[in-house]
Design a protein around this ligand. Structure first.
Ligand code: MIC
Ligand code: SF4
Length: 646
């Protein structure tokens, strides 16, 4: 029987591991990308593990999240990253270069290679048949040192695309439709492989939008074949030499399959405050909005911005709307400017910002209280925009442009406008502008650490018995933004865990930090999809620093679960989710003979000291994970032994 594209990619990079979904696999990593909000911690771990030089052929550190440097400590972080790149042998992409995923697609992507990124939207690169996966910083540091990346083998779902998108329906609507059908936990443990006749109708930037936002489904990765569309894209970039064809065998086996008729896709909108709260646009059309933002790694390509420019050309943004554009890359902005689109946007009253994540993680253009914001982004978790009770809607660039003109959420099909129909220019530039290559030998380079860069904390090993207090009981779909907030204030302390710890659960339970400190050792209880969203390992490190020893949830998001283990927090899932209701904040939970229970198999018994109930929880730890978590995390393990657990 033939192989799927995902299987081929995994097999080509398999160092060891099983052949069945859920089996632990170790993958060889060809490329690494880091962004500035997670990269500093990754390099600090790289240094703490005593590693000297990055091994993968391409390692790129992007300064893309904190680029406005509105606090000198952000600039300090950038100086540190610049010095780490020189010392350890990575490319440094300077502030203003654009958003890591978008720039990497243009400058470094190679079909058939693997890439690990310290950012959850790394699957963006699956648009050109890369095996592209997001991970926590310490896992990325191990890969930078030449170690494999270890993860559960995903099951492979063939998403059979038929038909063709109609005018005004876009790639964003395709992924919103999948979120409507499958929800934010619909992709956990899976890889989506797009196939079928509809694939050839989608350009690479459209594929990137779909692959990027597969993260919101909880997918491990998304992959498109490398075909004539891909070849055409590399030709326009002047990188035809990097292109190669890659696809599934015609008789490939899949674990599951679904069909999507592109011709039936309508413009859709995700309502506040989850990316899967998706409705047809008619249900929200007419809702007044005060802000429209086009950008984020999902929708900031040349293709997206040119579409918006064509719709705004010769028209005016509504007087009560603030319309801001965040381009995805510096180089595509140069091309957009050359082709007159930047002038079209500006003449219509749209503010063209620098190429950065910008408003997406809540650093700038924070909405005013009581207002509504319509964005082309991938996430709208409550508070992520920087305003606690925000109302953020997600949509395509076309819907954003139409709505910017009218001041209310608008179905563009109801306006008398021609569909933009963007053709990529014959030449897109890929000249490594703002990207600095490392010196051949970095041994004499010194790391520049500003005073805000604190030592990386170590987790504590577990003994025979764990007894700790439940300090918080959370509902479903808690994101890493809820745990360690996005936003301008907290980002300043990504390299200073003692300070960052003050922000843990601030928006959800302002008393959490005090309670956790008072408890000494504590346990978090949560609902479904706990830890969805960002890959930031800070959502594990900061709770660990505050004494959290275990999380018991109905289900856990993949990257966050790995981060918990890597930082010495025991991840458990209820065997019977109804037992969640038998627990209260303040209960003391105990696990006796912890190492033996973990060693015996996947079930761990947790005793509630108040009720006497014995709650069965699933740990499902592999031998490697067990050794890591019992030691207090990967760094603690590496300090106790000379290398990581196998
Ligand atoms: C995000 O979109 O939430 C981020 C900011 O890009 C994160 C990474 C981070 O927390 O720094 C992500 O998606 O992984
Ligand atoms: Fe940046 Fe937003 Fe993309 Fe995260 S989701 S990498 S913050 S643009």
């Amino acid at each position: 029987m033939g192989q799927s594209l995902v299987e081929k990619l995994i097999d080509a990079h398999l160092v060891e591991g099983g052949a069945h979904p859920g089996d632990e696999i170790a993958l060889r990593i060809d490329q690494v990308l880091l962004q500035d909000a997670t990269g500093a911690m990754a390099f600090l771990c790289f240094e703490a593990m005593g590693l000297e030089r990055v091994r993968p052929r391409v390692v790129v550190q992007y300064a893309d999240h904190q680029t406005l440097q509105n606090d000198g400590r952000h600039s300090d972080d950038h100086r540190f990253l610049e010095s780490a790149c020189r010392k350890f042998g990575a490319y440094y992409a300077k502030p203003g270069v654009g958003i890591c995923h978008v720039v990497h697609l243009e400058q470094f992507s190679i079909p058939g290679e693997s890439i690990l990124g310290s950012d959850s939207h790394t699957p963006h690169l699956g648009a050109v048949a890369m095996l592209a996966i997001g991970a926590g910083g310490i896992d990325v540091a191990v890969a930078m040192g030449g170690g494999p990346y270890v993860l559960p083998r995903p099951s492979v779902v063939r998403v059979n695309l038929v038909g063709q998108l109609r005018p005004w329906s876009t790639a964003k609507d395709v992924i919103l439709e999948l979120l409507r059908r499958l929800t934010v936990k619909g992709g956990i443990g899976k890889a989506f492989e797009y196939a079928g006749p509809g694939v050839a109708t989608l350009s690479v930037p459209e594929r990137a939008t779909i692959a990027n936002m597969g993260t919101e489904l909880g997918l491990t990765c998304s992959v498109f074949p490398s075909d004539d569309q891909t070849r055409d894209y590399f030709r326009r970039l002047g990188r035809l030499g990097d292109w190669r064809p890659f696809g599934a065998d015609p008789d490939a086996h899949y674990d599951d399959e679904m069909t999507l008729d592109l011709g039936s896709i309508e413009p859709l909108v995700a309502c506040p405050s989850q990316p899967d709260a998706v409705v047809p646009i008619a249900e929200v059309a007419g809702t007044p909005i005060q802000q429209v933002i086009v950008g984020s790694c999902t929708n900031s390509s040349y293709h997206d911005l040119a579409a918006v420019a064509k719709l705004l050309r010769g028209r005016q943004v509504h007087p009560r709307v603030s319309c801001v554009i965040f381009p995805g890359s510096f180089e595509s902005t140069v091309e957009l400017a050359r082709n007159g689109y930047v002038a079209d946007l500006m003449a219509a009253g749209a503010v063209v910002s620098e190429a950065t994540c910008g408003a997406c993680p809540g650093y700038v253009h924070v909405p005013a209280e009581g207002t509504r914001s319509l964005r082309t982004f991938n996430r709208n978790f409550r508070g992520r925009s920087g305003l606690r009770d925000d109302q953020v809607y997600l949509c395509s660039p076309e819907v954003a442009a139409a709505s910017a003109l009218t001041g209310q959420i608008t179905d563009p099909r109801t306006l008398d406008l021609p569909a933009p129909g963007v053709e990529l220019p014959d030449k897109l530039s890929a000249n490594h502008l703002l990207i600095v290559a490392p010196p051949a030998d970095g041994t004499s380079e010194k790391l520049t650490k500003g005073s805000n860069i604190a030592a990386v904390p170590l987790g504590r090993p577990f003994g025979q018995r764990l007894e700790a207090e439940v300090v918080i009981q959370l509902g479903d779909k808690i994101s890493t933004d809820d745990i360690t907030p996005a936003g301008a204030e907290a980002i300043t302390f990504r390299t200073n865990v003692p300070k960052l710890a003050e922000f843990v659960f601030r928006r959800v339970e302002p008393d959490f930090v005090r309670r956790a400190r008072a408890a000494g050792e504590s346990i978090i209880v949560a609902g479904e999809a706990y830890g969805q969203g960002s890959s930031r390992e800070h959502a594990a490190i900061a709770p660990m620093y505050l004494g959290v020893r275990a999380v018991i949830a109905k289900s856990l998001a993949r990257i966050h679960r790995a981060n918990l283990i890597n930082w010495g927090i025991l991840p458990l899932e209820f065997v019977d989710p109804a037992e969640y209701d038998t627990i209260r904040v303040g209960d003391r939970l105990a696990i006796v003979d912890l190492p033996e229970q973990l060693g015996r198999g996947e079930i761990v018994e947790v005793q509630n000291q108040r009720t006497g109930a014995r709650i069965r929880c699933r740990a499902s730890l592999t031998a490697r994970e067990r050794a890591t978590v019992l030691a207090g995390g990967l760094l603690a393990y590496t300090k106790q032994h000379s290398s990581g657990p196998r």
